[in-house]
Design a protein around this ligand. Structure first.
Ligand code: ZN
Length: 450
């Protein structure tokens, strides 16, 4: 077992309050932090010096890596307003073309871009699994395995949320069959989803979790089965919930209840459950999710991109939910931007400031995200925590001159992914001096996107 000592010039340990401390010594062994202590008289001999501010590694709780290929390609010219559903057709066109080998290269480059942005764990909401004709590949988990290999190459931790997807949509007369583009996503039924998902093996930095695509794609009986599988395997369960008003209306028309209520009735809502988006939740929905100590994962850069609306983050947190964030459609990969948007979007809709503290916003991008992805000992710098941490320079144009007493607010409200210099995952340095140590990120993105 290798051990390593890191001396952080400054650190925010992710525990209580906004305090950034000078001189924090982290001892790491076997992928865990074994001690975190104050050391203000400089770096001891043999320690790796981390200049700038070290924070817990950031958790990207909701990602579809292949959407990276849509960045900048779905914006139109501003003269023809379109809807979420038009964007979805463009996403389906892309999905139809992707083969396992391209899928792997695109995921590897995208996960490496995440590493450069200080992301140390990603929750990949994975449903692109069948061949272009909708048939299972000879290895039905070939695409899932590509994601696991890609995250391994990029050096980041992965929770593979294998997603149950059965139907093409929901209406007042029931569930529609999958359309041709959706045939790449579907399993025949929830039992065969469970049998297939049970065959995916995790490893030291990969956890297998479950997801329900949405109430549009999975019926209540099947949701209950997926929920039971997650419960039996003690793994996280994620679902897209109330991203669009149309989804709520269609769900009401068939089930006479909201999507959140459908999940609650299926026994899915507890502390392992994460509702992704939760943009259009009712007060009752929030009480239900909060009562279960569930997480709501906001993806503000995607929600603004897709014209979803603004979720009620402050009310959701007040109801007892944990908040997490995700880069989702990858139009931007910068969790600091997602975290500050939680607060800033509330300011726009309420015309008031100060809904969330900087520390609460950064916890959404760190410890709460780790919890939602099933790594309950991640996202803090303390003894016993996963040795995952990210260092940002404090001499960049964004942060230069910032007082230490305001540094956390400066990071949350002004820093960007470009300020990340060093990233450690599972006790191993994967980014140093702002460069990925095993992936040439720009080149691989260019090749994967050409
Ligand atoms: Zn999504």
């Amino acid at each position: 077992v290798t051990s390593e000592t890191y001396w952080c010039e400054y650190a925010w340990c992710g525990l209580f309050g906004d305090a950034v401390e000078p001189g924090v010594l982290l001892e790491v062994e076997g992928g865990l932090i074994t001690s975190a202590s104050s050391r203000t008289d400089g770096s001891p001999p043999g320690a790796t010096v981390l200049r700038g501010v070290t924070i817990p590694g950031m958790a990207n709780s909701h990602s579809h890596s292949f959407h990276r290929a849509l960045r900048g390609r779905t914006e139109g010219r501003g003269d023809s307003p379109t809807t979420f559903w038009d964007w979805r057709d463009q996403m389906y066109d892309l999905a139809a073309k992707i083969q396992p080998e391209w899928f792997m290269r695109l995921a590897r480059a995208t996960f490496a871009e995440m590493a450069l942005a200080g992301i140390t764990v990603v929750g990949e909401f994975h449903y692109l699994r069948n061949d272009p004709d909708g048939n299972r590949y000879s290895d039905p988990n070939v695409m899932a395995k590509a994601l696991i290999a890609a995250a391994g190459d990029a050096g980041i931790r992965l929770t593979l949320l294998d997603t149950c997807y059965l139907h093409g949509g929901i209406g007042s007369d029931g569930y529609a069959a999958a359309s041709p583009p959706q045939r790449r996503f579907v399993d025949p039924d929830a039992e065969s989803w469970a049998a297939r998902a049970s065959n995916i093996a995790g490893n030291a930095t990969t956890l297998i979790g479950a997801a329900v695509h949405s109430v549009r794609a999975v019926d209540p009986v099947s949701i209950a089965l997926v929920s039971q599988w997650a419960s039996d395997s003690r793994s996280p369960l994620h679902a897209h919930v109330s991203e669009q008003v149309v989804e709520n209306e269609a769900c009401e028309s068939l089930h006479t209840m909201s999507p959140t209520c459908v999940f609650a009735e299926a026994g899915a809502i507890d502390e392992r459950f994460t509702a992704v988006h939760g943009t259009h939740l009712s007060e009752q929905d929030m009480r239900q999710l909060g009562g279960g100590r569930s997480t709501v994962c906001l993806c503000p850069t995607t929600e603004r991109d897709l014209a979803d609306g603004v979720g009620q983050a402050a009310a959701v947190a007040a109801a007892g939910c944990e908040l997490a964030v995700g880069s989702d459609s990858q139009s931007v990969i910068d969790l600091l931007e997602e975290a500050r948007a939680i607060e800033l979007d509330q300011r726009l809709t309420t015309q008031r400031r100060g809904h969330h503290s900087p520390a609460a916003l950064l916890r959404a991008a760190t410890s709460s995200g780790y919890r939602s992805l099933g790594w309950s000992n991640g996202g803090t710098l303390q003894a016993g925590a996963l040795a995952d941490f990210t260092t940002l320079r404090k001499d960049s144009p964004r942060l230069a001159g910032q007082r230490i007493s305001n540094l956390l607010a400066g990071i949350v409200f002004s820093a960007t992914a470009a300020d990340v210099t060093n990233v450690v995952v599972n006790g191993k340095t994967i980014v140093s001096d702002g460069q990925h140590l095993s992936v040439e990120v720009g080149l691989e993105l260019r090749e994967a996107l050409s």
